[in-house]
Write a protein that binds this ligand. Structure first.
Ligand code: ZN
Length: 280
């Protein structure tokens, strides 16, 4: 899809499964199970999408999927598909190699977003995109290195410490226009300083929802994740952003919804609900 001067598309960063109860917080299973059936270990199917933005001479990734540094034990727990094609093959399908990526914006450093940021090469952890500058909010970096007991399991140091060791990290502080027409909005409810790109063109506007709205099921205000560190803050943020998204006809990009990659939202008398699905 064309957005302003950019071409945007989604890449498959791997499929996985998480406990349905944890994904839907306080929502009772009879309600969420109808939308997203769980397997015999109560896991629902998820995807880790990577956004590719091409334009202005750059090949930019937003998030990096699950990566391939997984033990058999964790592949089993998180239902990570061993047959996943891997980033090199996924990029090859669109005519790119990891060396062609100029920039990587990491929304935050949880493993299903930053897992593919590094890879193992002859026993050493190295940046997976050797020519790229990696951008992360300084506040999220600090939290990732000293996480809450609640999200410590999601911040795996092998995904981000090597980036600093190789000097490829650039810290962003607060909301910023990183590239022309691409503004990073901040969301603090899931984890501190998640940065979410808003790309504005003359014809359309797209917003990458990250873990603020991971799937279409998470649009209603109380449908938050058990993983969220600050659930009331997420509700405030959705209350602020969703009416604006409806008003300005934003296309919302969903990182984790296997069935719906992008959609619009519309206002109703009760709030904001899913509108039309959009294909990139
Ligand atoms: Zn997360």
């Amino acid at each position: 899809m064309k957005v302003g001067d950019y071409d945007i598309s989604f890449l498959n960063g791997g499929t996985f499964g998480l406990d349905g109860g944890a994904m839907y917080g306080i929502i009772p299973k009879p309600l969420w199970h109808k939308r997203t059936p769980a397997d015999d270990r109560n896991r629902i199917d998820l995807i880790a999408r990577i956004l590719l933005i091409r334009g202005h001479g750059r090949n930019i990734l937003v998030d990096t999927g699950l990566g391939d540094k997984w033990s058999d034990k964790h592949r089993d727990i998180y239902k990570i598909d061993p047959a996943s094609p891997g980033i090199r093959n996924v990029l090859a399908e669109v005519g790119l190699a990891p060396e062609d990526i100029t920039d990587v914006m990491l929304t935050h450093l949880h493993f299903d977003h930053a897992g593919g940021a590094t890879r193992e090469e002859q026993g050493e952890l190295v940046p997976a995109f050797p020519q790229a500058t990696y951008y992360i909010q300084r506040e999220n970096w600090e939290w990732a290195n000293h996480p809450s007991p609640k999200d410590a399991g999601s911040y795996r140091k092998e995904n981000f410490v090597p980036l600093q060791q190789h000097g490829v990290l650039e810290f962003v502080e607060g909301e910023a226009e990183l590239f022309p027409g691409i503004r990073l909005l901040l969301s603090n409810g899931h984890t501190p300083a998640q940065q979410l790109p808003l790309i504005r063109g003359e014809e359309n506007t797209v917003f990458y929802c990250g873990d603020l709205i991971p799937t279409a099921a998470h649009l209603p205000l109380p449908w938050g994740m058990g993983y969220d560190n600050f659930p009331l803050k997420i509700i405030e943020e959705k209350e602020r952003i969703l009416p604006q998204a409806a008003e300005e006809h934003w296309i919302l990009l969903l990182e984790h919804d296997p069935g719906t990659a992008a959609l619009t939202v519309r206002r109703t008398e009760y709030g904001v609900e899913a509108g039309d699905t959009v294909s990139l």
